[in-house]
Design a binder for this molecule. Structure first.
Ligand code: ZN
Length: 309
């Protein structure tokens, strides 16, 4: 049976800021627009914009808000939970952190997040932080000493390390300071669209070598330099990764509720439209086995290989 999985959205932040729950249909990701007969795993990120002085407080607010609005979603903390969600057609949630600023200067905050169910954490957002340099940095010095400790602590807790938004040197410093799987939860390919947020070929190969995944982001400015962008551009990035490293290392990283109207794809504006990707893959002659991997099974493999039993 087909299972959808998505590596990143900012719905938690948006819902918290406008004080709505997951049934609110104006959210790109919302429970009303999902066919619950398709089991699905959605990563909900607690996104901490660097403008917040106390990043931990902001992240804590978002993570605690999930408890208030979790509704019929099921929080996945381990491999058994994934199996439960898939077998029982549940809407599974993986909680993640976008921007390591969420811990401020205290590695012990990682323990708090882990206790609350966080199973994936990023390093930077678009600004440099205490951990390392971002994709938009002016001077790329990579991970700081504190950043190396951060990576080692995530490794020791079996928290999946997310390299989306990292600078190139931060990426390679992370790669060289852990043997663990790395994921890019919502990124695209620099070989197609030369945006600083996108991954160079060597980075994609390194992610595949560690059995990680690239979740293709639905932001038109990362997908193409052209003015008209649509689902076919998502397919180009999927194809590019398949040609580079094979079909096991690419999935979806929607960034729902993290994109403004200008950055959104018109044909995949919210979660009800995700099957347009599957339909387009079918039209383009992909086998059902490959489609299942892209739409969900690759992410599920990564979660299953990296979370605790
Ligand atoms: Zn992002």
């Amino acid at each position: 049976m087909n299972i959808y999985a998505d590596g990143h959205c900012d719905t938690l932040k948006k819902a918290f800021d406008i004080k709505k729950d997951l049934k609110y249909s104006e959210l790109d990701f919302n429970i009303k627009d999902i066919e619950l007969n398709i089991p699905r795993i959605q990563t909900l990120a607690a996104f901490v914009n660097t403008c917040y002085e106390d990043g931990f407080k902001r992240a804590k607010n978002l993570v605690e808000y999930y408890d208030e609005i979790k509704d019929e979603t099921f929080l996945i903390k381990n491999v058994k939970d994934i199996e439960y969600v898939c077998k029982n057609n549940k809407l599974g949630v993986i909680l993640s952190i976008e921007n390591g600023k969420a811990i401020e200067n205290d590695l012990k905050n990682i323990d708090w997040f882990y206790e609350k169910g966080i199973r994936m954490m990023g390093i930077t957002w678009n600004d440099d932080n205490l951990i390392g340099c971002s994709c938009l940095t002016q001077k790329d010095i990579g991970l700081t000493d504190f950043g190396i400790e951060y990576v080692k602590k995530l490794e020791s807790k079996n928290i999946i390390i997310d390299v989306s938004h990292c600078s190139e040197k931060t990426f390679w410093d992370t790669y060289n300071n852990t043997n663990k799987t790395l994921v890019a939860s919502h990124s695209c390919c620099f070989g197609i669209c030369s945006h600083k947020r996108n991954l160079k070929d060597e980075q994609i190969k390194a992610i595949a070598k560690r059995r990680g995944i690239v979740g293709i982001c639905f932001a038109n400015k990362f997908l193409s330099n052209n003015s008209i962008v649509d689902v076919n551009d998502i397919l180009k990035h999927i194809d590019y990764i398949i040609n580079l490293v094979g079909e096991d290392y690419v999935g979806l990283g929607s960034d729902f509720d993290g994109l403004n109207d200008e950055s959104k794809l018109k044909d995949i504006c919210n979660v009800s439209k995700v099957q347009v990707i599957e339909e387009t893959l079918i039209k383009n002659g992909y086998s059902q086995d490959t489609i299942d991997k892209i739409m969900g099974k690759n992410w599920i493999r990564v979660f299953s290989e990296n979370l605790e039993e």
